[in-house]
Ligand binder design. Sequence first.
Ligand code: NAD
Ligand code: LMR
Length: 332
Amino acid sequence: MAKQPVRVLVTGAAGQIGYALVPMIARGVMLGPDQPVILHMLDIPPAAEALNGVKMELIDAAFPLLKGVVATTDVVEACTGVGVAVMVGGFPRKEGMERKDVMTKNVSIYKSQASALEKHAAANCKVLVVANPANTNALILKEFAPSIPEKNISCLTRLDHNRALGQISERLKVQVCDVKNAIIWGNHSSSQYPDVNHATVKTPSGEKPVRELVKDDAWLNGEFISTVQQRGAAIIKARKLSSALSAASAACDHIRDWVLGTPEGTWVSMGVYSDGSYNVPAGLIYSFPVTCRNGEWTIVQGLPIDEFSRKKMDATAEELSEEKALAYSCLS
Ligand SMILES: NC(=O)c1ccc[n+]([C@@H]2O[C@H](COP(=O)([O-])OP(=O)(O)OC[C@H]3O[C@@H](n4cnc5c(N)ncnc54)[C@H](O)[C@@H]3O)[C@@H](O)[C@H]2O)c1
Ligand SMILES: O=C(O)C[C@H](O)C(=O)O
């Protein structure tokens, strides 16, 4: 029997990530090639005409899986019945800014959209926050939507995870699909800690640790980390716009793995509500290594953490605690 369509909300759909993301969703990249979708696209009134243009293009693309398009500036209409919500709406940073510089504008959006989602989304709706500061926006959404289970609210650090895989693949001249189990710990900001201590590469003679193959700890502990941390800024410098196609693709990876499961022996990074694992303070949205099965993520437990990693994991947690306080001061 044909599957029932899933309603997928994309906020900020008239923006540049939205423009890259909605065709991916309509092609089945996010929920699978046999899953029909109805797209709900939300933007604000000044972008209504552009949003309608995106709707026209979606119709013109004649995507077989796309069973309907709702393009609206009404948050209630946008949230009604959605099973997946990808929250991209907000303001991107410009050259020279840190992601927390867009905090004042963006956290208030997440406070107000939290209640619309809570009241009108489908039961068990999975929420992914993309807009920056992503972890803190997700935390605000969680706190102002208390009836949405905390397990259902996440933020995007998969882009950073994919960037880490990409850097290793470039360095070792191996296929990126053969590199796995990097970890992004913490904040989607320049304090994040990209960790390859457990990452491996598939080689003709079996899986090998990345450290053993790279044979350059100075690079792995230095330039590699700062390249991943600063990649968003490097894209802004080069494009004069923040990343869009890679962000859209990572959002699809995040939801696909969450809903359909991670491959056996592979973990991914997701920003999720901390339960105190790895001595990360509870009550923050922090990026952890997770595996997913039956639509639920689980933090990978028991990985050994060396002193170098501990310091970096604590520093990014510290920044998230400060952001949380700053967010509340913006809202009061
Ligand atoms: N987490 C990540 O990995 C990641 C990666 C890239 C970008 N981002 C962030 O994603 C966000 C979007 O980036 P972009 O390049 O698409 O920006 P953009 O400016 O091109 O698009 C954002 C859209 O959001 C809309 N918007 C503003 N307020 C809204 C509201 N209250 N409700 C609904 N829509 C609203 C705007 O009108 C605009 O169309 C930014 O905050 C950016 O920093 C995050
Ligand atoms: O860096 C930014 O501000 C955009 C985005 O978060 C990114 O990582 O590319």
